[in-house]
Write a protein that binds this ligand. Structure first.
Ligand SMILES: [Zn+2]
Length: 380
């Protein structure tokens, strides 16, 4: 090699090294920024803030530890626990939980809200799905930002996946990556992998609850949408709530929780605690297989041309037209379900009622938008 070739070679090596460092810094800063959780502001009804590690101390200091908001009334009564963000890409569940935290007030009994049940899952997105990392909602006082996460815990927090996930205590076998799916881990284990420990903390929370309600979303071509999936002990409550929703022209169906499908909240909280356990699903076109580009208009607006065509061809379980299925409609449905389930519980349990005021109303959320019910963004 001549001297000039050696100099050229050294220059190329230096160039590659600089490029590698720049790439590492850029990707590292994106990775770290994804670990930052969005601000959730305690409204006037919040009486205490906890972390889930109070319910399972083995979560302390981990990415699975997550805020729990308590809204307690002055009079004793029942306790309802609301879980958002079990599956962090199903954003209506988390947003409905946030609207409760920032608006609701309890006069009797207690409301416990976990907005980011799988907090690790909020720190990444599925690389094959091209999801947005976050989205914003305009409020009268400026924009608020929120995460779009992934169905599974972040592999950075729980790795590697086994070939086969053996659910405890049923010994049901599932594909290995489901070991990071919070809604296949219930009732969880006090020690062991992160997602199981998170589930164990939530099960402890369910043990002190009269009702526990897990908020989800699914693709419009999935039959279990605009539906409550209900443990058999919660059936009377759910059926009473359903009839009230039908009367309000908010169609809602009910499915019984399958007895042999293990790890799911509606089954395991119902079997392992005294709480009545329910799960609700809304239709989210941003999660579906027919969708086009995962734009903000799709994630927040719920609008997608392919879905309008799919709906016309009868391939979806809800009608989808040019209005789409906007986030505010899906959140309004979740809030109406919560309101009617609490009303039904109170009717059936008059000695231990849960009186929750200021749950944003279905029509108001749809007409005024989510921003009207969100607190101003915190000053930085
Ligand atoms: Zn889900």
């Amino acid at each position: 090699m001549t001297l000039s070739e050696t100099i050229q070679s050294n220059k190329s090596a230096a160039g590659f090294t600089v490029a590698a460092v720049v790439l590492s810094v850029v990707s590292g800063s994106i990775f770290l920024s994804m670990r930052e959780a969005e601000p959730i502001i305690a409204g006037p009804g919040v009486t205490k803030q906890h972390m889930l590690s109070e319910y399972n101390p083995n979560l302390a200091g981990s990415q699975g530890d997550t805020p729990v908001f308590e809204l307690a009334g002055e009079k004793p009564g029942g306790t309802v626990t609301i879980l958002g963000g079990t599956h962090p890409q199903e954003i209506a569940g988390m947003m409905a939980a946030v609207l409760l935290i920032e608006n609701a007030k309890v006069t009797q009994g207690k409301l416990m809200v976990v907005p980011q049940s799988n907090r690790s899952g909020f720190s990444h997105t599925d690389p094959m799905e091209a999801y947005l990392h976050s989205y914003t909602i305009e409020t009268p006082n400026g924009p608020r930002w929120f995460r779009v996460g992934m169905r599974l815990s972040n592999p950075v927090d729980q790795w590697p996946d086994p070939d086969v996930f053996v659910h405890q205590p049923s010994f049901e076998n599932l594909i290995g990556h489901e070991t990071r799916n919070l809604n296949r881990n219930h009732p969880g284990t006090a020690t062991g992998w992160l997602t199981g420990r998170v589930s164990n903390g939530l099960t402890a929370l369910a043990k002190s609850s009269s009702l526990i309600f897990d908020l989800h979303e699914a693709q419009p071509e999935y039959p279990v949408i605009n539906m409550m999936v209900v443990h058999e002990r919660a059936f009377e409550t759910a059926a009473t709530a359903q009839s009230m929703m039908q009367a309000r022209r908010i169609p809602m169906s009910i499915a019984a929780s399958p007895k042999n499908l293990h790890g799911l909240s509606h089954r395991e909280f119902g079997d392992h605690t005294k709480a009545e356990s329910l799960l609700a699903e809304t239709a989210n076109p941003a999660m579906g297989r027919f969708r086009g580009r995962t734009s903000l208009d799709l994630v927040v607006g719920g609008k997608d041309e392919n879905y309008i065509r799919a709906s016309k061809l009868g391939r979806t379980f809800v009608k989808i037209d040019e209005n789409g299925w906007p986030l505010q409609v899906r959140v309004a449905r979740h809030l109406a379900s919560i309101e009617e389930v609490i009303n039904a519980y109170n009717e059936l349990n008059p000695k231990t009622p849960i009186i929750v005021e200021n749950i944003p109303k279905y029509k108001d959320v749809i007409e005024k938008g989510l921003g009207a019910f969100l607190k101003p963004p915190p000053k930085v």
